[in-house]
Design a protein around this ligand. Structure first.
Ligand SMILES: [Zn+2]
Length: 143
């Protein structure tokens, strides 16, 4: 892990020298924040940085989070509505897909029933035909 936004020094003497030079420059410019400037070992890149430690910073009076503006709230509501719309579309598509499967299943079922009916009708017709032939044969034999 590196800290690209900060200058990193690989050792303490180099970082101290940089700290001294920075403080000297700030004093020359009349920048009072040199008092909070320090050199520290970074927990992220494990090198040394020169900077203002967060802990040393005086707390600002306006620390409370700013309430969202009407515009921000409107944008948030719009985002929520868009998310909802997307979710709704997704559910609709899924329902349509399920309905499609159901319709296909129904069609298959109806086709199977129709086929079974046709077979039953053919068998009934065959049976009726057999009976008719049997009657004819009986009539021919015994008349
Ligand atoms: Zn770092």
């Amino acid at each position: 892990m590196t800290c690209p936004e900060k200058i990193a020094y690989s050792n303490r003497p180099d970082a101290n020298a940089a700290l001294e030079a920075t403080i000297a420059g700030m004093k020359k410019r009349g920048d009072q924040s040199w008092k909070r400037l320090t050199m520290y070992r970074c927990g992220q890149c494990f090198k040394y940085h020169v900077g203002h430690l967060r802990m040393l910073r005086e707390p600002k009076p306006e620390q409370a989070p700013k309430p969202p503006s009407a515009g921000e709230l409107r944008r948030k509501l719009k985002r929520m509505a868009e998310d909802w719309q997307r979710h709704d579309d997704h559910l609709r598509k899924r329902r349509a897909a399920e309905l499609g499967k159901l319709i296909d299943a129904d069609r298959t079922w109806f086709a199977d029933v129709a086929k079974a009916e046709r077979i039953a009708q053919e068998r009934t017709a065959d049976f009726a035909e057999s009976l008719r032939m049997a009657r004819t044969m009986v009539e021919q034999l015994f008349s």
